[in-house]
Design a protein around this ligand. Structure first.
Ligand SMILES: C[S@@+](CC[C@H](N)C(=O)[O-])C[C@H]1O[C@@H](n2cnc3c(N)ncnc32)[C@H](O)[C@@H]1O
Length: 202
């Protein structure tokens, strides 16, 4: 596939370019760990990365990827707030609990929605919990911070999720949020990337 239409990679790039070593970044759906790994490299050294997933298999794959690249992982319990502290924190939890887990501001938040290829397809992101965590993410982002969401309309329920996510981004006030939408416009069912950047005026 051409790199032009690899939408999730644009999402990674657009959040990583605002990250500096030492900052906090969040992956709302760790899956196979590729986005988490990109965030880790962008805030290393001394940065903090928090990655969540519902699925034990996803956290195992993320752990494997990071450990094979010589990073140390903290597996964190879902019922305990995460301290402001350098390191990688992996949590098996629904991302709609983010506001209970994290109370300090993040510079970047990424979500690659849908289900994990090769994983359990019933563990798919759903509009209600997605919307809940997107609202919480806005509260958590520091000025200049970015939220990037890749949404897949082709699987059952994906079309509804895309509508909800698209409406959410479209409703952000333009004096407070810069918003970008990216999609292969000549391909039916192609994923869509939405990115919001918090202006420094808030
Ligand atoms: C497309 S995959 C993520 C890909 C991943 N970011 C990567 O780089 O490989 C979507 C992931 O979302 C997870 N997921 C689904 N619903 C979730 C929820 N409510 N909270 C957290 N993770 C969820 C799935 O288990 C799956 O691993």
């Amino acid at each position: 596939m051409s790199s032009l239409t690899r939408i999730a990679l644009w999402g990674q790039q657009l959040v990583c370019e605002v990250l500096q070593p030492g900052e906090l970044a969040v992956d709302l759906t760790s899956g196979k760990g590729r986005d988490t790994y990109a965030l880790v490299k962008a805030v290393d050294p001394e940065g903090q990365v928090v990655a969540l997933d519902l699925q034990a298999a996803a956290l195992e794959q993320t752990t494997e990827l990071l450990q094979s690249n010589d990073f140390t992982i903290n597996r964190w319990p879902a019922d305990l707030a995460i301290p402001k502290q350098a390191g990688i924190f992996l949590v098996q939890a629904c991302h709609s609990t983010l506001d209970k887990l994290l109370q300090h501001p993040a510079k970047a938040i990424i979500a690659n929605l849908g289900y994990m290829p090769g994983g359990d397809p019933s563990l798919v992101t759903r509009p209600d919990s997605t919307l809940a965590v997107l609202q919480q993410s806005l509260e958590l982002l520091s000025p200049g911070g970015r939220l990037a969401v890749t949404v897949y309309p082709a699987h059952p329920g994906g079309g509804e999720e895309r509508t909800v996510v698209n409406e959410f981004f479209c409703s952000l006030p333009s004096d407070l949020w810069k918003v970008l939408s990216l999609r292969a416009v000549n391909c039916i069912g192609a994923p869509c990337l939405l990115v919001a950047e918090r202006t420094s005026r808030i």
